[in-house]
Design a protein around this ligand. Structure first.
Ligand code: ADP
Ligand code: MG
Length: 296
């Protein structure tokens, strides 16, 4: 089934012609969470200090690449992704998409959340339809419904169309989350630990499903994960972040595995063990340093 989704959408000037779209560039991006003074601080005489979460981050993400961000807990991964999503802003530096500054959320970026963020009172169909109608308000209903049905099929939710989120397993809820993010036909898919709340088996299934979907849809994707194998299965590049405060990018790994990939093909690749080892060492070193600073 092929659909033209463009009729409703204003074409951004930078998208004219066949220029690649969905490119993200961060230059010297830092984020400071300002200290707060509340009534408790007045009583104790102390106020919290400004907190520099991420410092001088530089990233270039080319169109149609799958990039994972990995780093110790609390280092600033969500902060970074939220800035790209336009849900938060950088304290300094520039964040652009296809050359245009990112100044807020937009339909060019679809977001998948760890805790699904579905509307509990809406059915599967209505959750996805709501997003489609928000982004393509002038599109005829029949076409909107076609898009919803196409994405329900894409994520394998046929038969669950009329169910509510509470009637679904975690894995099925996240399928709705993924369908909703893709149904608005974004240039970029943003995922913040999308499988973090799922059991290992479901997680494994959904990872392979994402690989399959991504082979079909080929969008720029940026995913935060704690899982080394998840990052290796899905990514073209893996960004390793240092611990915070003032977290930075330590290294960007290129993942050379050919596509389409399966878990077996990835694990059989000669570069797999070395990449995995490098990531393990990085995470171990950074997490140990976080623990040491807490104790000391
Ligand atoms: P991660 O996603 O890597 O686990 P976060 O981006 O959520 O980390 O947080 C990075 C750091 O910034 C943490 O120390 C966190 O406590 C702090 N932080 C995040 N959001 C806020 C906020 N709104 N106000 C103050 N500090 C925050
Ligand atoms: Mg996070």
């Amino acid at each position: 089934m092929s659909l033209s989704l463009d009729q409703d959408r204003p074409v951004p000037s930078s998208k004219a012609g066949d220029q690649p779209s969905g490119e993200v560039s961060l230059r010297h991006v830092s984020k400071v969470f300002p200290g707060r003074t509340g009534w408790l601080d007045k009583m104790t005489g102390r106020s919290s200090k400004d907190f520099l979460a991420i410092d001088d981050i530089n990233i270039d993400i080319e169109h149609n690449t799958f990039v994972s961000i990995i780093g110790p807990s609390g280092c600033g991964k969500s902060t970074l992704l939220n800035i790209i999503a336009g849900l938060s802003y950088a304290s300094s530096g520039s964040v652009t998409m296809d050359g245009q500054p990112i100044e807020g959320p937009g339909p060019d970026r679809g977001m998948v959340f760890q805790n699904y963020a579905l509307m509990p009172w809406m059915t599967v169909v209505d959750n996805i339809l709501f997003a489609v109608q928000t982004v393509f308000p002038k599109m005829p209903l029949a076409q909107q419904e076609l898009i919803v049905q196409e994405h329900i099929q894409l994520v394998g939710l046929e038969g669950a169309e009329r169910k509510h989120p509470h009637e679904l397993s975690g894995g099925m809820r996240q399928r709705v989350g993924i369908a909703r993010a893709l149904a608005i036909d974004p240039q970029i898919l943003l995922m913040d630990e999308p499988f973090g709340a799922l059991d290992a088996l479901t997680r494994g299934f959904l990872q392979e499903e994402i690989e399959r979907i991504w082979e079909r849809k080929r969008k720029t994707a940026i995913m935060i994960t704690h899982s080394i194998d998840e990052a290796l299965l899905l990514s073209d590049k893996i960004i390793l972040m240092t611990r915070g405060p003032a977290a930075r990018i330590d290294e960007v790994l290129e993942v050379p595995f050919e596509r389409p990939r399966s878990r077996d093909s990835v694990e059989a690749h000669p570069a797999y063990r070395e990449l995995k080892h490098e990531m393990e060492q990085h995470l171990y070193r950074e997490t140990r340093a976080v623990e040491a600073s807490r104790l000391g």
